[in-house]
Ligand binder design. Sequence first.
Ligand code: NAP
Length: 294
Amino acid sequence: MTAKIIDGKQVAAQMRDELKEKVARLKTKGVTPGLAVVLVGDDPASKSYVTAKEKACEEIGIYSDDNRLPADTSDKDLLALVDKLNKNSKIHGILVQLPLPKHIDEDKVLLAIDPKKDVDGFHPVNVGKMVVGQDAYLPCTPHGVIQLLIRSKVTLDGAEVVVVGRSNIVGKPLANMLIQKSKTGNATVTVCHTRTKNIAEHCKRADIIIAAAGRPHTITADMVKDGAVVIDVGVNRVEDATKKNGFRLVGDVDFEAVKEKASLITPVPGGVGPMTITMLLYNTVQSAEKTLSQ
Ligand code: NAP
């Protein structure tokens, strides 16, 4: 079997069109969704993520408020900015680009964001609400994975899912969302990590494998059941002398071999990646919509 490719760019474009319409409707009611992006320092990868997020906002009509601070910004100054953004009624979402410079207490900054504006879904209030199945901002990458699965008509109800990775931003929230008693959950989930004894045995049982380990070739063809759905969250740089920048991006899945066994598979790049920013826009629009009912 050769897998059908799940085109993340196409699904993201469809969702962004839906969001564009929502933004236009909000504007007729006098509300322009606003996202504040905060970048501390000049890490090149973070800079390019922030630029991509701001461009995506602009494309669908969200106002983006750019806050770039020098690398030596103090905790106090950053917290003061967050406080100002919390109080600004034009801002519906606040995104502090991670990682922050080492001298800043990341947890303290994330805790300072008003949970109502926590469009990254990292604040413990939102994490807690998600776990108990209450309305919450869902973290963008895991939510993007769920949307990819649903929009590709993959049945989650009763499915055996193996998530490889247990980070706070991908693996743990994803596993939590998938076990919720809801129409976007109801899966039976196994979470694997570096202390799991036989990852291959778990994966071989899975109807759906989601790889979020951050290691190339974590999932090889012999670990995949015929017809399984394989979602690759990983983004890894591997040296490639044929590329101008000297590297190429690969996922955690041995794509070429696994696509011959899976029924559906996401590529890297062009799979989960485009969904992450889209879900950030989704949360920002959701936050702006909530102001209408307040
Ligand atoms: P992370 O914080 O480094 O966590 C990686 C997790 O994978 C850890 O739980 C680790 O286990 C586990 N792991 C590592 N190697 C493993 C192996 N060989 N076998 C089994 N488990 C293994 O990474 P992350 O932030 O979750 O990100 C994961 C990957 O997704 C990265 O490549 C990242 O770049 C990518 N990512 C992509 C997007 C996107 O938008 N496409 C967004 C976020 C992340 P332990 O807990 O035991 O150490």
